[in-house]
Write a new protein. Structure first.
Lengths: 347, 80
């Protein structure tokens, strides 16, 4: 009886991993998907908090891809383990706080653990030589295979012909000739293959799938680390960095101000963890105060929040101050003039 | 997470996807086929993600209820 070989595919939700998985399915291999959640993943839903992004599909692309391919998908929560990758990346950061090469090594290492626990035979990724400047280069491909421990069990179907044969190819589990030789940043071969497979819809690459590649997000994360004197964080900390306008008028505290109703609703979920401010005399944002407030700081924060309300030109704006224990009081302030909000406060 | 009779409740309020799916997935792993799981979520994305995850992994969606602020998805654990 012929053995049914099984592969685990790293599924990001983008086109490349979708094509890689399908290419291996086409060879009669049973494939299941893995999606690693670090906490920094860019999700359609995070965007969907904001009204301007309401038209984006409210779906998780990795799940959508798995459904299109008719395969199971397993989410792997790596939030805690990922901290070590982010804090001390052996291969350094990319343009921002993105430890892309270490991240890829880590994920393949986790995939290796998974295939061992679940009796699968090899791992596939949608990597393409030259596609990404930090992690997907000819020189980094063997580094990922070696340092993850996967070695010859890691197959990249889209660029396999540009790399030495892996175990599944050497052993004849799959036909190397039916794999591909894609390279470089062009997307044309992927688009052509998508058409061949009949994929008419797929997620378009839009700045990567990780917030750590985003300049503004990285500034906010670096600020969080600096202000706390430690790199440690909780999931809520890094989620909050994705939402609202962040202003730090003093090293000891910052104000997170919602930019619209959707964000206000989201921030409201944190009002038992942070002191919050909400304008009551005029329509306006909800704000959270993060850090230690000294004398006069609450008033300064309230004046800033009032500036972003409908009462920005009023003499006085009333706000409700809500403590973490639920107790409330009213504060009346004059909105801060725009010129007094220093550029350096904006994160 | 809490259990009442044969229904397991997963509180996934305030969590953004895919965390509600991960919470449900982790509970499903430990429960036998036929167990009913009720996930309470605030991220509207869970309304599409939990059913999608259930479909591809062989579980059955029994009911989805969507309110202004909370969404409840009930599923039944399928066989291996």
């Amino acid at each position: 009886m012929t053995k049914q070989y099984k592969a685990a595919a790293l599924i990001s939700g983008g086109l490349d991993s979708m094509l890689a998985a399908r290419a291996i399915q086409e060879q009669g291999i049973y494939v299941e998907g893995l999606n690693f959640f670090t906490g920094f993943c860019v999700e359609g839903h995070t965007h969907a908090i904001r009204k301007k992004d309401q038209n984006r599909p409210k779906r998780n692309n990795a799940l959508w891809v798995a459904e299109q391919l008719g395969m199971k998908l397993h989410f792997v929560d790596v939030i805690e383990e990922y901290k070590e990758v982010l804090f001390n990346p052996k291969h350094g950061y990319g343009a921002h706080l993105n430890p892309c090469l270490d991240c890829k090594i880590f994920m393949v290492e986790k995939a290796l653990e998974w295939i061992r626990e679940n009796d699968f035979d090899f791992i596939i990724t949608g990597e393409v030589i030259g596609q990404r400047p930090k992690s997907q280069r000819k020189e980094t491909m063997p580094v990922i295979s070696r340092e993850s421990g996967a070695g010859g069990l890691l197959l990249r179907p889209l660029c396999a012909k540009n790399l030495p044969a892996t175990i599944p190819e050497q052993e004849g589990w799959i036909d190397r000739e039916a794999l591909f030789d894609f390279s470089g940043r062009t997307r044309k071969p992927q688009m052509a293959l998508a058409e061949r497979y009949g994929f008419t819809e797929y997620a378009q690459p839009a700045g990567g799938c990780c917030f750590l590649t985003d300049a503004q997000y990285s500034v906010k994360l670096a600020d969080l680390w600096k202000s706390r004197g430690t790199k440690e964080y909780e999931l809520d900390d890094i989620m909050l960095l994705k939402v609202g306008r962040h202003l730090r008028p003093k090293p000891e505290f910052k104000v997170i101000i919602s930019r619209e109703e959707g964000e206000g609703k989201f921030l409201q979920g944190y009002k038992n963890q942070y002191v919050s401010l909400k304008t009551t005399s005029h329509a306006g944002p909800l704000a959270l105060l993060d850090g230690q407030l000294g004398p006069g700081d609450l008033e300064l924060a309230a004046r800033m929040v009032a500036r972003y309300s409908q009462g920005r030109n009023a003499e006085q704006v009333e706000l409700e101050v809500r403590e973490k224990d639920g107790s409330t009081r009213t504060l009346s302030v004059t909105p801060i003039p725009p010129g007094e909000i220093q550029q350096g406060w904006q994160l | 997470m809490s259990a009442s009779d044969d229904m397991v409740i997963v509180d996934a309020r305030r969590l953004l996807c895919p965390m509600p799916v991960i919470r449900v997935q982790n509970v499903v792993k430990k429960r036998p086929p036929g167990t009913r799981i009720k996930a309470i979520c605030t991220d509207p994305g869970a309304l599409s993600d939990i059913p999608a995850w259930a479909r591809i992994n062989g579980h059955t969606i029994i009911e989805t209820l969507s309110g202004d602020d909370e969404h409840i998805i009930t599923l039944e654990v399928g066989g291996p």
